[in-house]
Design a protein. Structure first.
Ligand code: MOS
Length: 714
């Protein structure tokens, strides 16, 4: 008997909602240790060259200024590694202020520390930097001589080839589609600015940081400053959005701790909105060359998907677009999926919501739409015909896939059978109406995680894990997981996260948190049950009841390790179907997304309300990707000219029509005990393609270069 069993999936309100709307939730830039001072970074205005001289005399003499740090006087830090996302890693491999060489515009060249923020900001403008400028390489085309085909990315392969795609593409009987799809740079714009407050005391460092990885920040700072891990304490109870930009540790994290050490005062460093366009990552610009071949009846015979992305001189980041999409999305014997990397003098790119899957599905799902047109076939029928039961990259069967159900249910809700396939054939008054669809997918990641649970005889429980809640609902769904495991109502469970002194949990990236940390909770509860003399199998009495009868508080900590890749019999991936309606005035071809239906399979959904919100948020971000988002760089200086929310557009309510989100399927037994997968990223996948396909249907114009702005439809 598990009294709280019905709690899993229940659309309960966010347990932290009240704190957020009443201002009680404290963010990284709101912690103010005694004696707090403020730092402002001075960033390079040139993209390549050397710092010849820095004249900070005027800045140092300004009111309130305590110190100006440059590469000439800053404490040296250990070199950092852009590496394993699980253990935390720097966004740039060069510590801030570690030399005079300039690799990109926006690189930190000085740090001003002052009593008050306005004083620091004013003084930052007074720091005079003289550069010896060199000609930067700024575009993929210009960087061609630096091209490589890297073998792997964070330990995962990025290249893939099976069968003979070239031969299948050369078959004269094949129906072929060849096209190149391009994406501009996109910049994450979470509402909360990146910020770190750093405080040294007795050789130990405490930082309040806006991060997706408290353990990552702890590890990175311990490396940079040569400290034992237990001498670094990272606190982050709330995050105002991250989307991947807060997954790595960027220069401000190290710079704030460096400044606090130098001035022997606690230091807060807030990265301004403008600075966030060149020092906390972005989605790189991406070129994807696609070639598909199919038999006349629509069976895919070849998929070629070549991706080119740039990285920065200070990074090794790769956005692998084909390996995580085209390589496994459809059943096809012949696949050639190369990934090419070039190096440009631009700040480091990083993970941005579904890195590889959001971008890769734009290419493959647009190309599939083009193939459906070439075959004069319904785009859903084409996809169903090529449905994959096994992952073509590892030959493992997908667990709990349910994609055909997603197509069918989505089509039914959307009214797809009323679609007239001919472009421009559907109108409403003078407005062109277009219906497009695309497939969504995202891997079901699960990484090692630990938790602590303490249950008291009064029927309350405390649960702790060093995970994060980016605004996604982690507090809520993990509280539900604990309530269910312990037999305690959610109101009586206190779940704490965002503290590196808690049992370790992974970076909140790769949509892994729900799958990883819920399992840590389940296994810690099992350890408690054993401690109480119960067996794993005997759940006739809840843990809460056992503790009540025992009459004393009990506590356990346990670590949930996922199986090794080689021991997994199944491949866990989430899939879904996106359906989009656009309306376009032919005289002023601004694309309005009027209606959206999304049907997803993500295993067990832990909370229908936060779950729907996650998918909806992904779709809204996908609409931004399709129609608005575009970081523009000045081709002469390499500096972003769209460095504000007035110039860098993201969707507002008026840009978004109705969004209907539904989940199908059952818990996925291959992923963990509860069968739940993370859902933070899948919502954006397929979204841009669904919009582009709808735009084609409305207008007959195939836009292969995002964003789809009115000029591309004239
Ligand atoms: Mo997500 S882009 O892996 O934080």
């Amino acid at each position: 008997m598990r009294e709280a069993g019905a709690i899993l999936g229940a659309p309960i309100d966010r347990v932290d909602g009240r704190l957020k709307v009443t201002g009680g939730a404290k963010y990284a830039a709101e912690f103010a240790p005694e004696g707090l001072v403020h730092a402002v970074a001075v960033q390079s205005t040139v993209a390549k060259g050397r710092v010849e001289a820095i004249d900070a005399a005027e800045a140092r003499a300004m009111p309130g200024v305590i110190a100006v740090l440059t590469h000439e006087n800053a404490p040296a830090l250990q070199k950092l590694k852009v590496g394993d996302p699980k253990s935390g890693h720097a966004g740039e491999d060069l510590p801030p202020l570690s030399g005079d060489e300039i690799h990109f515009a926006g690189q930190y060249v000085a740090l001003v520390v002052a009593e008050e923020l306005p004083q620091a900001r004013r003084a930052a403008y007074a720091v005079k930097v003289r550069y010896r400028e060199e000609k930067p390489v700024l575009t993929i085309e210009d960087a061609e001589p630096t091209a490589t085909y890297p073998k792997e990315n964070n330990g995962r392969p990025v290249q893939h080839r099976r069968g003979d795609a070239a031969a299948a593409l050369a078959d004269p009987a094949a129906v072929r589609v060849e096209a190149t799809y391009t994406l501009p740079v996109e910049t994450h714009n979470p509402m909360e600015l990146h910020a770190t407050t750093a405080h040294w005391s007795g050789g130990a460092l405490t930082v309040w940081d806006a991060t997706q990885a408290v353990i990552g920040v702890r590890n990175a700072l311990s490396t940079a400053f040569g400290l034992d891990k237990d001498k670094v304490h990272v606190i982050c109870p709330f995050v105002g959005g991250g989307f991947g930009s807060k997954g790595a540790q960027w220069p401000h994290v190290f710079a704030s701790a460096m400044a606090a050490k130098a001035v022997e005062r606690p230091v807060r460093l807030v990265v301004s909105r403008a600075q966030m366009f060149q020092s906390v990552g972005h989605r790189p610009p991406i070129v994807q060359k696609m070639a598909l071949a199919a038999s006349r009846d629509g069976r895919l015979t070849a998929i070629r998907h070549e991706t080119t992305t740039p990285t920065s001189p200070v990074s090794t980041f790769i956005e692998p677009c084909g390996r995580t999409t085209s390589a496994l999305l459809y059943a096809c014997e012949n696949a050639d999926i190369p990934q090419k990397l070039v190096r440009v003098n631009v700040a480091a790119p990083t993970f941005m919501r579904a890195p590889g899957e959001a971008s890769g599905t734009f290419a493959i799902e647009s190309a599939m739409d083009e193939l459906a047109v070439a075959l004069d076939m319904d785009p859903i029928a084409l996809r169903v015909k090529n449905h994959a039961d096994v992952n073509g990259t590892n030959q493992k069967p997908f667990s709990s896939k349910h994609l055909k159900e997603c197509y069918a249910r989505g089509a039914e809700k959307f009214g797809w059978d009323r679609r007239d396939r001919r472009p421009g054939s559907m109108t409403d008054g003078g407005t062109l109406v277009g219906w497009g669809m695309a497939t969504a997918l995202y891997p079901a990641n699960r990484w090692e995680a630990s938790a602590l649970i303490r249950v008291s005889p009064d029927g309350t429980a405390l649960v702790r894990a060093a995970t994060q809640d980016l605004g996604t609902g982690a507090y809520t769904v993990l509280t539900q997981a604990a309530a269910d495991a312990l037999g305690i109502p959610v109101e009586k469970v206190r779940f704490e996260l965002g503290d590196s002194s808690f049992p370790e949990a992974p970076v909140s990236g790769g949509s892994n948190t729900t799958a990883s940390v819920s399992e840590a909770i389940v296994q810690t509860a099992a350890a408690l049950r054993r401690q109480l003399g119960g067996s794993d199998a005997d759940t006739s009495m809840s843990i809460a009841e056992l503790v009540r009868r025992g009459g004393r508080t009990v506590e356990a900590t346990a670590t949930a390790k996922p199986p090794e890749e080689k021991d997994k019999k199944f491949d866990s991936h989430s899939f879904g179907a996106q359906f989009c309606e656009v309306r376009i005035d032919p005289l002023l071809p601004r694309v309005q997304v009027s209606r959206w239906v999304s049907v997803m399979n993500a295993g067990r959904v832990m909370n229908l309300k936060t779950g729907r919100s996650q998918i909806m948020g992904g779709i809204v971000m996908g609409i931004g990707m399709a129609l608005l988002e575009h970081t523009v760089y000045d081709p002469r200086t390499g500096r972003p000219v769209t460095a504000s929310l007035a110039d860098y557009l993201v969707p507002v309510n008026a840009d978004v029509g109705t969004i209907d989100v539904e989940f199908v399927g059952e818990p996925d037994p291959a992923i963990n005990t509860l069968g739940c997968r993370g859902i933070g990223e899948i919502g954006i996948t397929g979204a841009a393609a669904a919009v582009a396909n709808a735009v084609y249907h409305a207008t007959g114009k195939r836009v292969r270069d995002l964003p789809i702005t009115p000029d591309k439809l004239l």
